[in-house]
Design a protein around this ligand. Sequence first.
Ligand code: 2AM
Ligand code: CA
Ligand code: CA
Ligand code: CA
Length: 274
Amino acid sequence: MQASTLAALKELALQCARSAGELSLKRMKEPFTVEYKTSASDLVTAVDKEVENHVIKMIQARFPDHGILGEESAHAEDYKQYDTLWIIDPIDGTTNFVHQQINFSVSIAVYHKGEGMVGAVYDPSRDELFYAVKGGGAFLNDRPLQVNRAVSLEQALLCTSVFWNKRAEQIGIDLIVKKLAGKVRGMRLLGSAALEMAYVAAGRLDGYVSMQLNAWDFGAARIIVEEAGGRVTTMMGTALPYDQKSSVMACNPTFYEELQHFLKSEQTDVPSQN
Ligand code: 2AM
Ligand code: CA
Ligand code: CA
Ligand code: CA
């Protein structure tokens, strides 16, 4: 890909992330409808849909020949015919958006032939924009990010997400996470996977594990973590897909093998949630 094309993709991705974040902050202060998607633990608001449409319009106005895969408008495999694909999550952490009014983010990624080119995760409440361009490093606002502290599993602050509701107990993840918690310095849960992964890039967390995420949850943050020098794979240590649901492990490389060893010994591959 030409440097000028990459620069144009970066510029638009960052613009979309900021604009979407500002729109959700504004709408958060007004009344909005909340619906259940699949259960009382799976919410979607009118703002999720509005923000996604807003981002789609921005992309289509500039790049009408690009594909778009977004959480609220994903239609089967329509996107597969495009070389350049935008993967977007308008609000990552909808439950936080509704309850906490903080700790949610917008995630915008651009992939070209399956390869991550640009990733942007924006936290509008704190005005923090995490981003990366392939081969160009990772940044928080304008500060370069580097995951380079030597950390053992015992010294690590880890984070996990998604199944902290009824389903955790049904599939026994509560026990695995409990065991993991006994091996590390501490565990945190923020409730926005994209933000949690971006925090690994920023060194605020040392590692992140999730049994199952969608492509729009990890699409942008994975590029940011990798560009910051972190390692991102599935929990089984295989390459992360770019357009499918997957387990995710993102961490400081110094304890990657140690964490892999633990996860493999616990047989953490779980059946699909849906
Ligand atoms: P969302 O808010 O965009 O739905 C919550 O712990 C995190 O998990 C959020 O990033 C949330 O994204 C994501 N999440 C919620 N339901 C999920 C599901 N069924 N599969 C994967 N990720 C999910
Ligand atoms: Ca959702
Ligand atoms: Ca999400
Ligand atoms: Ca979402």
